[in-house]
Design a protein around this ligand. Structure first.
Ligand code: DP6
Length: 333
C-alpha cells in the first residue's frame, strides 16, 4: 500500500460482490442503513480501479468513467460522495478516473466496487494514511450500501446496525476457506428500468417485508453454518430461497420491479435439470437479469459449457473469491 503524497493522488482497486443474503430495503435512506444484515462474496474478476487526484485550484470535480468524461447522474453521484469526504478532510475538488474490468453495458453492478474504490482512493489521496477497515466500510456505505462489503475480500458480513457507527461490514470467512465460483451469465446489458435506490424504497413499504425480517435471522445463521461447514447443497438451497424471496418482493411491489428476462427464467429451469443430472450448482439474482450461478470452482467449467450449449453467444464471467480493496502505485491520471 502506498500513496503519492506529493501529488495528492492515489489509486485503489476494489472487487464487486455478490450477495448471498441480500440488502433490499433501507431503514435510513440518507445513510444507507439497511433493514437487515447481509452476506456476500467479493468477486475476483469484476473490479473497479479508481484514481482520485485532489487539486486545490480546481473549481469543479472532473469525473471520467471508462475513458469518458461523465456529466450525468453518475458524475453527480461521485461528486456527492466526494462532498462527504472533503467535508471531513480538505475542501478541494478532484479529478477522478475510473475503469471497470467488466465492459460497460453488461448490466453488472458497478456501484459496489465503484464506491469502495472511490472512497479508498479519495481518502488515501490526502496522504495522511487510511482509517481502519471499519471506518472505510462506513464511508463506502454512504456512497452505495453494498460498497461497504467490497472493502473486504473473501466472504463478508454487513451488520445492519441502527446508526452510522454500528452499520459496517466485516470479514466473515477468508476467501481461501472455500473455493466457490460465481459464474455470471450475462443475459442482458440493458439499463435497469427501476434503479436500486427506488427498488429499496418500494421494498421497505412492501407488506411482506415484515415477515421477511422475521425469517432472516434463522436463514442467516443457517447460511453462515453452511459456509463454515462448506456444505454446498445446504448453502445452495438457502441461496435460491433467498434470491426467490427477494425477487418475489421486487415483482409484487408497487410499482413492480420485474428484473429477470425470459432467458433468465429459461436458464433457471435448465439449471434445475442440470442439478438433477448431478451438477451441484445453485443460482442467485440481483436487481437485474444476469444469472449468478454458484458452485465449487472445480465445477465452474462444466457450468460454462452447459450455458454455452444453450446459446454459444452467451458470455460467462467466472469469479472466485476476490481480495480486499488495495492501493495501487500505478495511476490512471
Ligand atoms: C440487489 O448497494 O446498489 O444488489 O445503497 O442505494 O446504492 P444503494 O443500493 P445498492 O443495492 C444493492 C442491492 C442488491 C443486493 C445486495 O447487494 O445486497
Amino acid at each position: 500500500m502506498s500513496q503519492d503524497r506529493d501529488s495528492l493522488r492515489a489509486t485503489a482497486r476494489a472487487g464487486s460482490n455478490i450477495a448471498f443474503l441480500k440488502y433490499w430495503g433501507k431503514r435510513d435512506a440518507a445513510l444507507n442503513i439497511p433493514l437487515n444484515d447481509s452476506l456476500s462474496m467479493t468477486l475476483s474478476d469484476a473490479h473497479t480501479t479508481t484514481t482520485v487526484a485532489w487539486d486545490p485550484d480546481l473549481k469543479l470535480d472532473e469525473v471520467y468513467i471508462d475513458g469518458e468524461r461523465v456529466l450525468d447522474r453518475r458524475g453527480v453521484r461521485v461528486s456527492k460522495h466526494l462532498d462527504r469526504i472533503r467535508a471531513q478532510w480538505y475542501p478541494w475538488h478532484a479529478r477522478v478516473a475510473s475503469v471497470n474490468s467488466f465492459p460497460a453495458g453488461t448490466g453488472l453492478a458497478s456501484s459496489a466496487s465503484g464506491f469502495a474504490a472511490l472512497t479508498v482512493a479519495a481518502i488515501a489521496a490526502y496522504g495522511e494514511g487510511l482509517p481502519d477497515p471499519d471506518e472505510l466500510s462506513r464511508w463506502a456505505r454512504l456512497g452505495s450500501g453494498s460498497a461497504c462489503r467490497s472493502i473486504h475480500g473473501g466472504y463478508v458480513e454487513w451488520r445492519a446496525g441502527t446508526d452510522h457507527a454500528s452499520s459496517r461490514a466485516r470479514l466473515f470467512m477468508p476467501g481461501d476457506a472455500w473455493d466457490l465460483s460465481d459464474v455470471v451469465v450475462l443475459v442482458s446489458g440493458h439499463p435497469k428500468e427501476i434503479p436500486s435506490s427506488e427498488g429499496h424504497a418500494i421494498a421497505a413499504r412492501h407488506p411482506f417485508m415484515a415477515v421477511r425480517q422475521q425469517l432472516l435471522p434463522a436463514r442467516m445463521a443457517a447460511m453462515k453454518g453452511a459456509l463454515a461447514a462448506r456444505h454446498l447443497p445446504t448453502f445452495g438451497e438457502l441461496l435460491e430461497q433467498e434470491a426467490l424471496e427477494v425477487q418475489g418482493i421486487m415483482m409484487s411491489g408497487t410499482p413492480s420491479c420485474l428484473y429477470p428476462a425470459g432467458l433468465t427464467i429459461d436458464l433457471i429451469h435448465r439449471l434445475r435439470r442440470w442439478r438433477e443430472d448431478g451438477l451441484p450448482a445453485w443460482f442467485t439474482l440481483d436487481a437485474g437479469p444476469n444469472l449468478h450461478v454458484l458452485t465449487e470452482s472445480r465445477f465452474a467449467p462444466d457450468v460454462v459449457e452447459r450455458v454455452r450449449s444453450v446459446d454459444p453467444r452467451l458470455e460467462c464471467l467466472v469469479n472466485r473469491p476476490g481480495g480486499p480493496v488495495t492501493l495501487l502505485s500505478h495511476h490512471l491520471i
